[in-house]
Each structure stands twice: as structure tokens, then as C-alpha cells.
Design a protein around this ligand. Structure first.
Ligand code: ASP
Ligand code: MG
Length: 417
């Protein structure tokens, strides 16, 4: 017997028929003798609709009321799933975030989970063999008791937090893909599903655009050592052996990964923009004069490259920001021109960032050098490079994204046979 968390996203609960399918997945695990907590998202498209209604009501609205509105999507699916389970003779009860409670910070619309009380759930597992059906995405502010939400995609984080609170053996994330791939299979048909990914690698893959899990959920999994299993919700419930090993990707601690590859995966993002400040004064305080105002404007700067000055007086400085913040960034820099002192501002939004990730890089030298060589042989120019212990990223022209990703994918032996 095991204790499991099962999380189902919006497409898996898009209508009552699909909720019935989810219930069959749940029943399978219950029949196998497992204790189960289910976390559900809102029906697909529901949260977008609710967000749009808030905007329609008032373009600028109180985040506390936004949360009151958007949390409702998950309330509906939790109740519906409990009803359907009861109809299948499975003991089930729905729970809203405030009922457990799931306590959060007061950052409405982007709240962080502070504490989850799983005691009542565990008691009911024991006493009534009752399945807990919990609304994802929502919690309750610790002091005011008001409903909060965790940011878009937050149900993944709810699931991992609950798994930690009830000490689940595994947190299964049922989704519309059957696992985490070496890269996006739509770009590289030879991409293959990974059996296991270390938390640290998944953090990089998730934050770099492999949109499988909310980044925060992986952070939480890493801190509490919750084994997260990404698997398909489209597999037929009755085809799955609850005691077997279903296809999927396990996100776990490094120590669980026996056969370590040097490179695990390649992520890419076209939502990048590059800004180059030409002939900026080369003197103390200039970087602060540039990046201070950007930080104040809550603009996330990613890659930063500063040239070594040739004349000792001026230099060039290049950095990247999210494409959505490009115009705002140019505005911020232009306004700060007096304090910074530069000759010209160049920018480009048709750029992409390609990142190579693998904890094996820690113990292997020359991994990045191979990539530079391979990209050069394809005539792909590198605009900027950043490196860290387990990944490196290159900024290139967006038009070459697919070529670069394919080239690196085969370079590191990731193409499936
Ligand atoms: N329903 C919420 C959203 O769409 C939370 C989730 O599905 O994870 O962002
Ligand atoms: Mg999601």
C-alpha cells in the first residue's frame, strides 16, 4: 500500500465526461489499496474566462477580489469529482484551500504556500478510506483568512505541497504529455522521453521553457524531497496496472539517478529580447545605474555581457530581457541616459535563447566548447553566452532556433535510435 497524490490539469477535467475518466484513474488506485489525495485544476479555459471577467469589471481591480473570483474554477471541479467518485462507490470528500487549511502569504494572485495541514486528510484515510479531492491553485492568507491564489499553473504547486504535508510516496502529475522530453518533440522528432530527471535539472528545464510544470512546484519538491511523476492522463484507466511501472518521467533526487548522462536536455525560448548599450562609460557605478532602474521596474534581466574596454573610457554592454518587457526596458534605459552616459542603444527582439542542461556537466570539461564548434559549423552566430554549473545558454538569431536545437540534440547523443 502506498500513499499517493494524483493531480489532474484543466484538459483532464474539461467536462463531466473527462471528470468521469479521472474518477476511473482514482478508483484504480483506491482499489489497489492506496490512500489517495486528488488535486484538480479548473476546467480548461475556465481560469482565462474568470480572469477576463475581472478585467471587464474593472481593468485595475483589487487582487483580493481577483482571487475570490478566479479560485472558483477549482471549487467546481473538486465538487464534481467528489460527486462522480461517490457515484462509483468510492468514498470521497472535496476540500477548498481554506478548509484544510493551506496557509499562504498575502501576495494575492501570486501567493506562496507557508504551511499545509494534512492531519484531517490522513485521519480520514485511516478511519473511512476516504479519498480527498482538493481544489488546486488556492489557499488562504495566514492572517486575514482571505482566499488567495498561487499564480497561473499553481495547481502543480498545490499538489506537491500536499504531497509533502501528508508524506505521500509519490506525487503523480497527470497531464496532456506523457513525460518530460529531452527537448520539444514538435521541434525535434527524435526527442525522447526521460525516465528520470534530477530536481535541479528540471528547475532549469521548467524555467527555460519546457512548460510541463510550474517552476515553483519543482522548487518545493526539491526542498521537501517529494518524488514527482509526470504521466499521461489520456492512457485508458483500465489499461494501467496500478502495481506496474507506467510510462512517464520521475523527477527526483540526484542519488536516485544511476545512469547519469552528461547532457539531459535542451531548452529554448523565443520570448527573449536583446539590448546593447554602445559606448557606455567604463567607470564604477555604471552597471548599477543601468540595472538598478530595470530592477525597480520589475524587469527580469537574464544574460549580461560586458566587453573589456579597448580605450579605457567606454565599453559595450549587452543584456537580455523578456520580449514582453522590451519596450518598457528601452524606455527605462532612455530615461536613465543622463545617469548612465552612453552613445547609442541597439535592440533586437528576433533572438532566441538555447540552453543545454545536465548535472553531468559538473564533472565534465569542454561540454560547452563542443557546442560552440557545432554551431559554428552550421554558421550560427552566437550573440551572447552564459554558463552555470549545470547549464549553459547561447543567444542566437531566432530564425536559427530549430536548427540549433536539432544540432545540439544530436551532438550530445540525445537523438532516439
Ligand atoms: N487553473 C489555474 C490556471 O489555469 C491553475 C492551474 O491550472 O494550475 O492557471
Ligand atoms: Mg499546468
Amino acid at each position: 500500500m502506498a500513499r499517493l497524490v494524483m493531480k489532474f490539469g484543466g484538459t483532464s477535467v474539461a467536462d463531466v465526461e473527462r471528470i468521469r475518466n479521472v474518477a476511473r484513474h482514482v478508483k484504480r488506485e483506491v482499489d489497489a489499496g492506496h490512500e489517495v489525495a486528488v488535486i484538480v485544476s479548473a476546467m480548461s479555459g475556465k481560469t482565462n474566462e474568470l480572469v477576463a471577467w475581472c478585467r471587464e469589471a474593472a481593468p485595475l481591480h483589487d487582487a483580493r477580489e481577483y482571487d475570490a473570483v478566479v479560485a472558483s474554477g477549482e471549487q467546481v471541479t473538486a465538487g464534481l469529482l467528489a460527486i462522480v467518485l461517490e457515484g462509483m462507490n468510492v468514498n470521497a470528500r472535496s476540500w477548498q484551500g481554506w478548509q484544510l487549511p493551506i496557509l499562504t502569504s498575502n501576495a494575492h494572485a501570486a501567493a506562496r504556500i507557508l504551511d499545509v495541514n494534512g492531519a484531517e486528510l490522513v485521519k480520514r484515510f485511516k478511519e473511512r478510506k476516504e479519498v480527498a479531492v482538493i481544489s488546486g491553485f488556492q489557499g488562504m492568507h495566514k492572517e486575514t483568512g482571505r482566499i488567495t491564489t498561487l499564480g497561473r499553473g499553481g495547481s502543480d504547486t498545490s499538489a506537491v505541497a500536499i504531497a509533502a504535508a501528508i508524506r505521500a510516496d509519490r506525487c503523480d502529475i497527470y497531464t496532456d504529455v506523457d513525460g518530460v522530453y529531452t527537448t520539444d518533440p514538435r521541434v525535434v522528432p527524435k526527442a525522447h522521453r526521460l525516465d528520470k530527471v534530477a530536481f535541479e535539472e528540471m528547475l532549469e528545464l521548467a524555467s527555460l521553457g519546457a512548460k510541463v510544470l510550474q517552476v515553483r512546484s519543482v522548487e518545493l519538491g526539491m526542498v521537501h524531497n517529494v518524488r514527482i511523476f509526470v504521466r499521461s492522463s489520456f492512457d485508458k484507466p483500465h489499461d494501467i496496472d496500478p502495481h506496474g511501472t507506467p510510462p512517464g518521467t520521475l523527477i527526483c533526487g540526484e542519488e536516485e539517478i544511476v545512469e547519469q548522462q552528461v547532457v539531459t536536455g535542451i531548452a529554448f525560448s523565443k520570448d527573449e529580447a536583446q539590448i546593447s548599450i554602445r559606448r557606455v562609460q567604463d567607470k564604477p557605478g555604471v552597471a548599477a545605474a543601468i540595472f538598478g532602474p530595470l530592477a525597480e521596474a520589475s524587469i527580469n534581466v537574464d544574460m549580461i555581457v560586458q566587453n573589456v574596454s579597448s580605450d579605457g573610457a567606454t565599453t559595450d554592454l549587452t543584456f537580455t530581457v523578456p520580449a514582453a518587457d522590451y519596450e518598457r526596458s528601452v524606455d527605462v534605459i532612455t530615461k536613465a541616459r543622463g545617469a548612465i552616459g552612453y552613445e547609442r542603444l541597439d535592440g533586437a527582439t528576433d533572438v532566441a535563447k538555447v540552453s543545454v542542461i545536465g548535472i553531468g556537466m559538473r564533472s565534465h570539461a569542454g561540454v560547452a566548447a563542443q557546442a560552440f564548434q557545432a554551431l559554428a559549423s552550421r554558421n550560427i552566430n552566437i550573440r551572447a553566452i552564459t554558463t552555470s554549473e549545470i547549464k549553459f545558454s547561447v543567444l542566437i538569431d531566432a530564425a536559427y532556433t530549430e536548427l540549433a536545437v536539432r544540432t545540439l540534440h544530436s551532438l550530445y547523443g540525445l537523438d532516439k535510435a
